[in-house]
Ligand binder design. Structure first.
Ligand SMILES: Nc1ncnc2c1ncn2[C@@H]1O[C@H](COP(=O)(O)OP(=O)(O)O)[C@@H](O)[C@H]1O
Ligand SMILES: [Mg+2]
Length: 533
């Protein structure tokens, strides 16, 4: 019904109010997946418009069509009322459209400034070096103009995700974008970075830009958008003024059921210590102390949460736990044996499983199939071997079960991972790690970028693993998640543990916030309680 009302409005409001109109868009990928089905989508000049929907709903596809990265199977696009064919991104850019992808498309080995100007002028690699000063100048001028904080001379591989995203946005703005598409921009950001991004987006809107904001986070959408389009299963479920629709209603339209995000769990009954970290110290190459005398333990049967604003050492800690980096001093043991400088397969052999924060870099072989990815860490598992041969049936059924349980939207287990939508790729990694029956699970932002339905399942899985006897270390920037899931909790600030809560049932956001922002810290005696022998 609502959809019809809006259609009428569009006719009354006349075309010139719309910068973009996409009409009757259908998209069938070569593999047969119909990602967009008769989609209508419009953008009013100067609005922030959300596209909402679960993983696989067709949001990215629709925007890739607008940006010329994919061609619609049928349908038409009007820009400022004129029908256009957008055959490639160059055409989109010339029409004033810019897109920041779910997975950044920057060149890691180049600096921020180089990435911002990359490909703008016909330069060879050596020319680019000659023009480096100019690149920095362009980067700085635009950063100042739009009030973005960036480091032009840092290599992209060395900067945090929040800054990478700013680089992507600047790249689009420098190329003259008037319509800016952000594909799940906050999925990778901390609360602080998100707040900063929102301020920037509102400023851009005030300068007359039109912004498309893809997300499935209800609170954010309510906060920042003017209108929203909801997608489910490739179709639009409706277009609404954000002020006129409740979070519950949005959620219902997105997933088709009411989602309960409360986690039900029995009281933890921790037994022996599995992970023991003592006096861990690490100073990064910019001489910043990222880990400062960090000591804690995680026991069988419990979930220890690490809360904190991102950038306070959590990432470095996780890197140390999986030998992606080496501490300056200190010890890390799993079941009594040191894992420092141990190869990752040896760490896995000890029963350690990792859901990495950056699943695209560390988590996945994207040209391999879902099945190959899921099974990659357990070729040697007796369940999957029949004498010298693989037990193919067993492997297939394990994989099919995971696809169903984790709601991985795919045609089959034989599908290449790179063909999946971003959220579904994440689910493949999480499914593999959680289903490997670890002794110690390190889960770093396990539900980031994942839709509500699968999030609920993943959270319950984590609880179940711990209740079956796994030790779980949960790092999450999502305060609700870390409080809900953890049995006990530490807060990191400036590379240190500033608080330890043995029991999380009485915690609230406000108290946590004070520790997380460094306004408060507990005594050393209180903090030392987290170091079980
Ligand atoms: N390049 C592709 N080839 C084949 N199928 C794809 C491709 N990209 C996405 N899909 C499929 O199209 C559907 C919609 O994906 P996508 O638009 O990425 O969803 P969303 O962004 O809403 O999560 C999914 O089922 C996905 O697996
Ligand atoms: Mg997407």
């Amino acid at each position: 019904m609502e959809q019809e009302v809006i259609v009428e409005q569009e006719e009354v409001v006349e075309q010139e109010d719309f910068v973009v109109q996409m009409r009757g868009i259908n998209k069938v990928y070569p593999n047969g997946i119909a990602a967009n089905k008769d989609v209508n989508f419009s953008l009013r000049r100067g609005e922030i418009h959300a596209i909402m929907g679960e993983n696989g709903a067709g949001k990215s596809t629709l925007m890739k069509i607008l940006f010329g990265l994919e061609q619609p199977t049928s349908g038409e696009i009007l820009i400022n009322g004129q029908p256009v064919a957008i055959h490639n991104p160059q055409k989109a850019i010339s029409l004033g459209i810019g897109m920041v992808h779910q997975h950044f498309m920057l060149v890691p080995s180049l600096t921020v400034a180089e990435n911002i100007v990359l490909g703008m002028a016909p330069t060879t690699k050596s020319r680019l070096l000659v023009d480096y000063k100019k690149a920095v100048q362009i980067a700085e001028e635009n950063a100042a103009r739009y009030n973005f904080r960036i480091e032009p001379n840092s290599k992209v591989m060395d900067i945090p995700v929040g800054m990478k995203q700013k680089v992507e946005i600047l790249k689009a703005l420098v190329r003259g974008a008037k319509i800016l598409i952000l594909d799940e921009p906050t999925a990778v950001l901390t609360t602080q970075e998100t707040t900063e991004l929102f301020k920037e987006l509102i400023a851009l809107k005030e300068q007359g830009l039109t912004i498309v904001f893809i997300s499935h986070k209800l609170k954010e959408i309510k906060q920042i958008t003017d209108r929203l389009t909801i997608m489910r299963g490739g179709r639009t479920m409706g277009v609404y003024n954000t002020a006129d629709i409740s979070e519950a209603e949005i959620s219902r339209l997105m997933v088709g059921r009411d989602v309960v995000l409360k986690v039900v769990k029995d009281k933890a009954q921790p037994t022996e210590t599995i992970l023991k970290v003592r006096d861990l110290e690490y100073t990064n190459r910019w001489n910043k102390k990222m880990l400062d005398k960090l000591s804690f333990s995680v026991r069988r049967g419990e979930i220890l949460g690490i809360a904190g604003v991102e950038g306070n050492g959590q990432r470095e800690l996780v890197e140390m736990l999986f030998n992606l980096n080496t501490p300056d001093t200190g010890t890390i043991t799993v079941c009594g044996e040191s894992i420092i400088n141990q190869p990752q397969n040896k760490i896995r052999d000890r029963g350690v499983s990792l859901v990495p924060e950056d699943r695209m870099t560390y988590g996945i072989a994207d040209i391999a199939t879902i099945e190959e990815n899921v099974i990659s860490d357990r070729f040697t598992d007796s369940r999957f071997n029949k004498g010298p041969l693989f037990n193919v049936q067993e492997i297939h059924s394990e994989c099919d079960n995971l696809i169903v349980d984790y709601r991985i939207l795919a045609k089959s287990r034989k599908q290449q991972v790179k063909m999946l939508s971003g959220g579904n790729i994440q689910k493949v990694v999480v499914a593999r790690e959680l289903s490997s029956k670890p002794t110690l699970l390190i889960a770093d932002q396990p539900t980031r970028g994942i839709d509500v339905g699968a999030t609920e399942f993943i959270r319950n899985e984590i609880v179940e693993l711990s209740r079956e006897g796994a030790a779980v270390l949960l790092v999450s920037a999502d305060l609700n998640e870390v409080i809900e899931l953890s049995d006990s909790l530490i807060v990191m600030y400036g590379g240190k543990i500033v608080a330890y809560f043995e029991d999380t049932s009485q915690l609230d956001d406000e108290v946590m916030g004070e520790y997380m922002l460094g306004l408060k810290h507990q005594t050393e005696e209180e903090i030392a309680k987290v170091s079980y022998e």
